[in-house]
Design a protein around this ligand. Structure first.
Ligand SMILES: Nc1ncnc2c1ncn2[C@@H]1O[C@H](COP(=O)(O)OP(=O)(O)OP(=O)(O)O)[C@@H](O)[C@H]1O
Ligand SMILES: [Mg+2]
Length: 301
């Protein structure tokens, strides 16, 4: 679990450098450990041993594993900083490394604390089966136990949808593992700067020549969602990353079941309106009703 971060201090055996965050947009950055024989058994703040070996098989990403995935039990995870503080949790940049190779991961950690509102959960999750009625009552009553349960439920929902989307060929970050309220996934990097997150679609300007191709990728992804029987439910230019030419859909915990949720089609319609309005405002007119109708046709095909 994420609590493993912050182990004993052995800073003198590691060479830590601090960076400012101008290049990557990271809020904090703790620097890089330098591997040497005396350092491998010692952890500094912001480090833990890779949690991969202790993760149950069902909590690991789908096979085949991508070539960049590190399974080595001796790997270490180093927290490099916060990518974004969000409504339900925070997204951290993690480096998972062995002596010979390393990979960057995004860690989305859901919070169960007091100030968080999970009130929107009811409309989205209607139709999902309730495993434990005691848990559902606690979530409803917003008790501290309920907030913990809600955080676990959101993480679990995001994990399930990430896997389903990945397996259906929807461009989402590869889901690496889930451990309680922490999901590790592929870090979608900016091709210009491998340690910075890819920009959100929101940051793409009106004259960007990639807009038509990005629209095509989005329409294709939305069609794949409805073929799976779900809608993203919170689609916006903030939940789409643009890695060079590639559009990546993120933030999927609130996906809605189109058949089981009576408001499912309303969420799908809202996604269509949000995205068509955004592209239209950028000078690429798109019709939400036409998109919605064509998605309904794909759904019932
Ligand atoms: N896999 C990833 N690779 C790179 N950056 C990511 C990744 N996942 C999330 N981010 C960054 O973190 C931000 C927040 O992620 P996400 O939308 O999933 O969380 P959220 O809690 O819903 O946040 P918000 O409230 O801002 O929507 C993204 O806009 C993006 O900048
Ligand atoms: Mg988001």
């Amino acid at each position: 679990m994420s609590e493993n971060f912050g182990g004993s201090t052995a800073i003198n055996s590691l060479n830590f450098t601090t960076y400012d965050d101008a290049d990557t947009g990271l809020k904090t950055r703790r620097g890089q450990p330098v591997w040497n024989e005396s350092s491998v058994d010692e952890l500094v703040e912001g480090q833990r041993y890779s949690t991969w070996p202790s993760i149950e098989k069902g909590c690991r990403g789908p096979q085949p594993y991508p070539s960049w995935l590190i399974e080595d039990a001796a790997a270490m995870d180093t927290e490099l900083g916060i990518l974004k503080t969000g409504k339900e949790g925070d997204v951290f940049l993690i480096e998972r490394a062995t002596e010979s190779r390393s990979t960057l991961l995004a860690a989305k950690r859901y919070r169960g604390q007091e100030h968080l509102q999970f009130s929107r959960s009811q409309a989205y999750s209607e139709g999902r089966s309730a495993r434990r009625s005691r848990d559902n009552r606690a979530v409803k009553n917003n008790s501290s136990y309920g907030r913990e349960v809600a955080a676990l439920q959101w993480a679990s929902a995001e994990w399930t949808y990430l896997r389903r989307c990945h397996e259906a060929g929807i461009p989402v970050p590869y889901p690496v593992q889930i451990d309680g309220t922490e999901i590790l996934m592929e870090f979608i990097a900016d091709p210009e700067n491998s340690r910075a997150a890819a920009p959100r679609l929101q940051q793409i300007s009106r004259n960007d020549p990639r807009l038509p191709a990005l629209w095509d990728q989005l329409a294709d992804a939305m069609e794949k969602f409805v073929i799976l029987g779900i809608a993203h439910g919170d689609l916006s230019a903030y939940n789409l990353l643009v890695a060079g030419e590639r559009l990546v859909v993120i933030d999927v915990p609130q996906c809605v079941d189109l058949a089981g949720n009576v408001q499912g089609l309303d969420f799908l319609h809202r996604d269509c309106v949000n995205m068509c309005d955004w592209f239209t405002a950028k000078g690429l007119p798109r019709d939400a009703e036409a998109l919605f109708t064509s998605l309904l046709a794909s759904m019932f095909a």
